[in-house]
Design a binder for this molecule. Structure first.
Ligand SMILES: Nc1ncnc2c1ncn2[C@@H]1O[C@H](COP(=O)(O)OP(=O)(O)OP(=O)(O)O)[C@@H](O)[C@H]1O
Length: 373
């Protein structure tokens, strides 16, 4: 049974639509990340699921039960929705020690004392605060407080866990560690997670499915790698991936046995769609989307680029280069370095190049590219 269902959810604040006619099905044991730029409606969506915000319109089900319906005038309070909440502003009880903060919810649920102790230590170990259990919140750093809040929320084993940027106060190393822990934990406790983030890397690496939003409207809802390889529109292609996708404006000028000829400023490609063969037509203005790692450095290639700058990081190298005056970002794995203004050859040997409509931004087809000139 799907765990959380949102049907035609709209939330208006005065004249502002925070969320617009939004449909979402979160399956049991999914790890869904709500992703999008600032102000796109992620937090509002999470708060509506939790019951902290009331939708203007629509219906929400959790575990088969209607918890909100504008039509049937149902609106269950947060404590009746059986969800664990972890928000940016984690309020720890200042008069309680870390141990007591984590134990408090379990005591309310009438857990036995030895079980509570065992669970508090398990949680403390998980988020690495075992040596802080006797301290009070005022004696902790922001990051330590956040780890206590995570432990406190996870302690009662909630079936649905709603999180709003819970790792944002942690330093980069701890954030990475906690991501792995959260992912393991998600499997171990067999819960359904909905997680708000504006960080596409975090969304990609954690989620079973990403829900990408823009201005309160759902853009794409799919597993991370599908969103990465098969973005529905230019916004999605651009938002997901770092460094971002290259976009080259072109026009369809011919069709031949091998596909379509796309002509842009200084560049001409042959594009062979592997799907939606009839979606392009002669004269159409299109945008070709090329992931930086789908441009291969190839010493012998006749396609010559001039290096603008190279950013080697050890594991990978980002190269900014101009191909016939068109700026491209290229990513290559390993220890590579080029001189400024050096000439390098590139190949287009993937089949994952995206062609979007320039007018609507929607994806038209995916396929292979050959540089004709
Ligand atoms: N209480 C409120 N009153 C008026 N407008 C609000 C209120 N809460 C949110 N909004 C507006 O609704 C829109 C969505 O806000 P929301 O906080 O859901 O976005 P978000 O994607 O979570 O952004 P961020 O990543 O910056 O937290 C924004 O335009 C915001 O200004």
């Amino acid at each position: 049974m799907p765990e959380i269902v949102l049907k035609h959810i709209t939330k208006r604040f005065g004249k502002v639509y925070a969320v617009k006619d939004f449909d979402l099905v979160v399956e049991d044991r999914d790890f869904v990340t709500l992703l999008g730029p600032s102000g796109c409606g992620k937090t509002t969506t999470l708060r509506m699921i939790s019951g902290l915000e009331t939708p203007t319109d629509g219906e929400i089900e959790i575990d088969g039960k209607v918890v909100f319906s504008s039509e049937k005038q149902i609106n269950l309070s947060p404590d009746k929705r059986d969800v664990g909440l972890l928000f940016q502003n984690y309020a720890l009880w200042p008069h309680m020690t870390v141990y007591q903060n984590i134990a408090f919810g379990l005591e309310n649920l009438k857990w036995k004392k030895p079980d509570i102790k065992k669970r508090v230590y398990e949680m403390a170990e998980l988020v690495k605060i075992t040596d802080l259990l006797e301290r009070y919140p005022a004696e902790l750093s922001g990051g330590q407080q956040q780890r206590v809040a995570i432990a406190r929320t996870l302690a009662p084993n909630p079936r649905v866990l709603l999180m709003d940027e819970p790792l944002s106060n942690l330093d980069a190393k701890l954030r990475m560690e906690m991501r792995s822990e959260l992912k393991r934990l998600h499997k171990e406790i067999e819960a359904t997670f909905v997680y708000v983030t504006h960080d596409q890397y975090e969304a990609m690496t954690l989620a079973t499915k990403i829900c990408l939003m823009k201005e309160g409207v759902l853009q794409q809802y799919a597993p991370p790698l599908e969103i990465y390889d098969n973005p529905k529109n230019i916004f999605v292609g651009d938002f997901i991936g770092n460094p971002s996708m290259n976009f080259i404006e072109s026009r369809v000028v011919d069709v031949n046995g091998k596909g379509y000829v796309l002509k842009g400023e200084n560049l001409e490609f042959n594009f062979t769609p592997k799907n939606n063969l009839d979606n392009l037509s002669i004269g159409q203005e299109v945008i070709v989307g090329i992931r930086p790692e789908d441009i291969k450095i190839s010493a012998d290639s006749a396609n010559r680029c001039v290096v603008y700058s190279t950013l080697p990081s050890g594991m990978e190298t980002i190269i900014k280069a101009n191909l016939k005056g068109i700026p491209l970002t290229i990513v290559t794995f390993g220890r590579v370095d080029f001189e400024i203004d050096e000439e390098i050859g590139v190949d287009f040997d993937s089949y994952n190049y995206n062609v979007f409509s320039k007018s609507s931004g929607e994806k038209l087809a995916i396929g292979g590219l050959n540089l004709l000139g």
